[in-house]
Design a protein around this ligand. Structure first.
Ligand code: LLP
Length: 398
């Protein structure tokens, strides 16, 4: 199947995801991280299309959700509540109660909600506690990241957690940490595992440790997370772990970008070529309303000219059509771009569509899933009705 044939039918801008690549990524995780002892919960905030969720369910992944609507989408995609975990941040306690009502796994990351949880549910509903491990490794970047982080309960407050657990007889079934992909590497993961394994011994019923996401297949400034070594070290650590109750630990991971980052490409069309002094701009029919990562995080996405792959290499600043600074890439070497050429912006599967907006009143793009020789539209391009839906003029009786 040729991607141009797909694009001829659905037009650009368009996100295209490769199901086979997602399956390969999932198998890679399964084969390298301790087999039979690890479970993977897809972080759906990275790519929340129902078709992708169904694919994850086929793979027997669980789902990591951060809002009640994400939980609802997971249920709609066919996940059992027991395969869904809810790891929200600074939410109103009513969201936690709603999640309990839905029967999903609940993660608590602050002492206030833990206390409320204890008062309300006591030992009736299990809970997982998220820590901020404050791990420092040599370059100190992680220390700074954790020190400035709003996530989790500082590890040094373990005593306070244990007091609450005892006072309300809370059933703690899991311990959780998440290290952002910005700092995540082999050392961080191993250090956090050591810390969590030690903490698990202080609770009666902990049956899993959840390492969150952050596994980074393709970072620009550091090395890719070495899951082979991590897998070996974790296996040994599991073998050496001995809780007085005899309970064995399961490992959990919440990968987002590792599974879908490289599997997604944003296809755009070059609309205008122009120069300002020495800067050569290639303007395209998309912008940070569709892929905000380059502007927001300075992320690097390889850009390929699908229409002129053998062309002479030139230097371009690839820009979107929003009415403000809107760069996909600066000073990038790409084969000559002509009006009408199709450009592929790679590694856009994670936090691409899911962070898109209607800014400048432009519709969000089409999404397509390729599966072997078949292609499926999994989300239609928005239209004008989508733009004005929910805009009302309803009197509020005050
Ligand atoms: N688990 C928790 C608790 C998280 O906070 C996150 C991501 C994940 C799992 C998944 O992380 P991943 O494996 O995808 O790195 N919008 C940013 C990334 C924000 C990540 C937020 N948390 C980006 O485009 O890079």
């Amino acid at each position: 199947m040729k991607i141009v044939d797909v694009l001829n039918q659905v037009g650009t801008p368009c996100y295209v995801y490769d199901a086979e690549l997602i399956r390969n990524r999932y198998e890679k995780l399964q084969s390298h991280l301790p087999q039979g002892r690890s479970r993977f919960f897809f972080a759906m905030k990275s790519l929340s299309n129902l078709a992708i969720l169904r694919l994850m369910r086929e793979l027997k992944a669980g789902l990591d959700t951060v809002s009640l609507f994400e939980i609802q989408m997971g249920l709609q995609a066919g996940f059992e509540p027991s395969d869904i975990i809810f790891t929200p941040n600074v939410v109103h306690f009513s969201e936690i109660e709603a999640a309990v009502e839905l029967g999903v796994g609940v993660n608590i990351e602050n002492l206030n909600n833990l206390e409320k949880f204890g008062k309300k549910f006591g030992n009736d509903y299990p809970v997982c506690i998220r820590f901020n491990p404050n791990i420092a490794i040599e370059d100190q970047s992680s220390k700074k990241w954790y020190e400035e982080s709003k996530f989790g309960i500082p590890y040094k407050k373990l005593g306070l957690i244990l007091d609450l657990v005892q006072r309300y007889n809370i059933h703690v079934e899991g311990l959780h940490i998440h290290s952002s992909h910005v700092i995540m590497n082999h050392d961080i993961l191993i250090k956090s595992a050591e810390l969590m394994f030690q903490a698990a011994l202080k609770f009666d019923d902990v049956r899993y440790v959840d390492f969150g996401g952050g596994l980074n297949p393709k970072p620009r400034k550091q090395e890719a997370t070495d899951i082979v070594t991590i897998g070996k070290v974790l296996t040994t650590m599991l073998e050496n772990y001995q809780h007085p109750s005899g309970e064995e630990l399961q490992l959990r991971f919440e990968p987002g970008r590792f599974l879908v980052g490289e599997a997604g490409t944003l296809y755009v069309e070059a609309t205008v070529l122009k120069k300002n002094g020495n800067v050569q701009f290639a303007g395209v029919d998309s912008g940070f309303n569709h892929l905000i990562r380059p502007m927001f995080y300075d992320s690097h996405h390889k850009i390929e000219n699908m229409s002129n792959p053998e062309g002479r290499i030139e230097e371009y600043t690839v820009v979107g059509n929003l009415c403000e600074v809107d760069n996909f890439a600066k000073s990038r070497h790409i084969p000559t771009i002509r009006e009408g050429d199709i450009l592929a912006i790679h590694d856009a599967g994670a936090y691409g569509f899911s962070m898109s907006s209607q800014y400048n009143s432009r519709p969000r793009p089409t999404e397509v899933l390729l599966d072997g020789l078949e292609a499926f539209v999994i989300r239609e391009r928005e239209n004008f009705d989508d733009m004005v839906r929910n805009q009302v003029y309803r009197k509020i009786n005050v």
